[in-house]
Design a protein. Sequence first.
Length: 294
Amino acid sequence: MDRTRRSFLKGLAIAGTSAAAAAVPVVSEASQARHAPEDAVGMLYDTTRCIGCKACVVACHEANDLPPDNRTDALHDQPQALNDRTKNIIKLYKEEGRRSYMKQQCMHCIDPACAGACMIGALQKREHGIVTWDPNRCIGCRYCQVACPYSIPKFEWESTNPRIVKCELCNHRIKDGGIPACCEVCPREAVVYGKYTELLAEAKRRQAEHPGRYVDKIYGEHDGGGTQVLYLSHVPFEKLGLPTLGEKSVPSLNRTIQHGIYKGMIAPAALYAVMGGVMLRNRKKNRDEEGGDA
Ligand code: SF4
Ligand code: SF4
Ligand code: SF4
C-alpha cells in the first residue's frame, strides 16, 4: 500500500470516529441516577399510626379548593379513589385478620416519570423537589398519566378547560410558611411533613426503636429511583398497592435505552463518514481525470 493511500484511509478512519463521537450524547451524564435536591421536603406516612379517620382527606379537599366528590352518594363527599376531585385518599386493606390503612397521593418522585414524559415541561420538579403542574404549558396530551408508575395524575374529563389534578404537596401553603394540610390535621402524626433527609432518618429511627413492628424496608428510599414521600408499614407494601419497582427510575431506564440507540448509531455513523470520504475521493479523482483529458 503506497504512502498516499495509507494516509487517505487513516484520514477516513479519523473522520469516521469523529462523526460517530459527535452522534453520541454525553452518555455517563445521561444514565446517571438522580438524587433529591438539597432543600428537598416530603412526607412520611406510617401505617401503624393511622386510624383511618380521613381528616386528611377532608383537609386536602379544603386546602386545595376541590369540589366535593358526591358522584357515588349525592349527600356526601365520598371519594372512592384518587380522581379529578381528590388528591389524597385513605384506603382500607383487610385480609385474614390483618388490616391496615393506606394513604395515597403523589409520591414526588426524585426522578419523576410524569415530568420525563411531558414534552413541554408542564409537569416539573420545582422548588424543594416538589413536582408541580403548570396550567400555562399543559396541552392535555395526558402522557403523564400513562407514564406515572403510581397512576397518580387525573384528568378533568367533565371540564371544558380540563386540568391535570394531583397532589402538589400543598406548595401554596409551604410558600406561605405553612405545611401540607393533611399533615397539619392528622391527629396521630401518622403523616408528617419535613425535610426529606430528616424524614428518612426518622423512619430509620422508628424501625430501630421497634424491631419487628415494621416490614424491614422504607418504601420510597430506593423504589423507582426514590420518592420524597416515604412509607413505613406493618404489612407488605405490595398488599397496600405500592408497586414493586426496581431501584432505577422509569426515566433513567428510558435514558439508558436512548443511550443504547445512540450508541448503536456509532457503526452507521462511521460507515456514513467512510462512504462520504469515498464519494469525495471519487469526485476528486473524476475531476482530476477530466482535467487530465482536457
Ligand atoms: S408519583 Fe407519578 S405524578 Fe407523582 S411525581 Fe411520581 S411520576 Fe409524577
Ligand atoms: S400535601 Fe396537600 S395536596 Fe398533598 S395530599 Fe396532603 S393535603 Fe393533599
Ligand atoms: S388524618 Fe392521619 S390518622 Fe386520619 S386517616 Fe389521615 S393519615 Fe390516617
